[in-house]
Design a protein around this ligand. Structure first.
Ligand code: AMP
Length: 363
């Protein structure tokens, strides 16, 4: 597929969460249809032209889905390599399965990024209690044990203090293959949202500062307050990763900023990459002419990228669990841009919606 998909074409999306929902709505704005494929119905099912409930290992159902769409993309990174292998003979996958493979295994991800010459937190592979004890000796007493796979929003992680017991930490992560990461004393967390077109052209959104609690993103704010040299370095790292993966679509690169005392080259560590649109870019819906969602759809459909220029300062707050119960008050606040994902059960830690506040542009 070398020419842009014409309006009326269908983009297939694996996954049915809120990111898929916002992708589907953005696609509709430019006359593209979406077809969601997922084992479970979710927020995206309500807004797409078509939705299929099917297993990610059902070769027949995946082939049928592939025959009804012109390109396939993902709204979550844990699409298995088996699913990608089943789809690949039938349809173009964007971004390529290589990006999924790297992003879904923390060991592969950290190794890939440090092999590109970009700094990451010190880490060791851990496959048992004795590895873990050795890794703690190498990295120091305070560290985070993270499962290599299937961890998100703080799940599959345990923090180890000086007195923490290795055996119980190992049990907490379910004895799953893991990495131990040295604790990074960062000053702030930022993320680069870069979009790469089929022809390799790159565009960047302004870089937000992100605040997490309990491993879950709570707040993103632009501008993030970093000087231009640091912003340029962050973009350089993200571009290096996107180009090395021959990436197509929006890629989020989450980073720790260590502060001005550290030399510029070492000041930004990559924490993780997400081969998809990202929660820290939700403010682009209101603060930019073309959102991260539309630009992802444009990229995977082979379209020219739209402007990433920001026309307002913005703060985005996630509505987690019962926080979404304040919807009526938020709906009555004329400064609040409210998004609700249509999930019916407000479980603890579940992202139910978000709200974005715009302010006059300062930088
Ligand atoms: P992750 O699931 O790796 O994105 O981690 C979730 C959050 O935990 C990050 O956004 C940080 O706030 C914190 N965190 C993760 N790894 C580290 C680390 N090595 N040092 C300090 N904080 C970390």
């Amino acid at each position: 597929m070398s020419v842009p998909l014409p309006p009326g074409s269908t983009v297939g999306i694996l996954g049915s969460g809120q990111l898929g929902r916002m992708l589907a709505m953005a696609a509709a704005r430019i006359g593209l249809k979406t077809h969601i494929y997922c084992p479970d119905s979710g927020p995206a099912f309500d807004v797409a032209a078509k939705a299929t409930k099917g297993s990610f290992s059902d070769a027949k159902a995946l082939a049928q889905f592939a025959s009804e769409v012109q390109v396939v993309t993902y709204e979550f990174e844990n699409v298995s390599s088996e699913t990608a292998r089943l789809l690949a003979p039938h349809v173009t996958l964007r971004p390529s399965p290589r990006a999924l493979e790297v992003a879904q295994d923390r060991l592969l991800e950290k190794t890939f990024i440090s092999d590109l010459g970009f700094p990451v937190a010190p880490f060791r592979a851990v496959s048992g209690v004795s590895d873990l004890e050795q890794a703690r000796q190498d990295l120091g007493p305070t560290a985070i044990l993270k499962t290599r796979r299937l961890g998100y929003d703080g799940k599959g992680q345990v923090r180890l203090g000086a007195s923490g017991d290795a055996a119980s930490a190992w049990a907490t992560v379910g004895k799953a293959p893991s990495i131990l990461e040295g604790m990074v004393a960062f000053e702030r967390e930022v993320s680069v949202l870069v979009v790469r077109a089929v022809d390799g052209g790159l565009a960047y959104y302004d870089i937000p500062a992100n605040t997490h609690a309990g491993g879950i993103l709570r707040r993103s704010e632009v501008p993030c307050g970093l000087p231009e040299a640091d912003l340029a370095r962050a973009r350089q790292i993200a571009a290096g990763v996107a180009n090395a993966l021959d990436y197509v679509g929006v890629l989020a690169v989450e980073m720790f900023h260590l502060g001005a005392r550290v030399p510029l080259e070492q000041r930004l560590l990559v924490n993780e990459i997400a081969p998809r649109v990202h929660n820290s870019g939700h403010w682009t819906l209101e603060a930019c002419g073309i959102s991260q969602f539309e630009n992802h759809i444009r990229a995977v459909a082979g379209w020219p990228l739209g402007s990433t220029r920001r026309h307002a300062d913005a703060v985005m707050l996630n509505l987690i669990g019962a926080e979404a119960n304040a919807w009526e008050k938020l709906a009555a606040d004329d400064g609040a841009c409210l998004h609700l994902y249509g999930k019916n059960e407000a479980r603890d830690g579940r992202k139910m919606g978000h709200v974005t506040y715009l302010m006059p542009l300062t930088a």
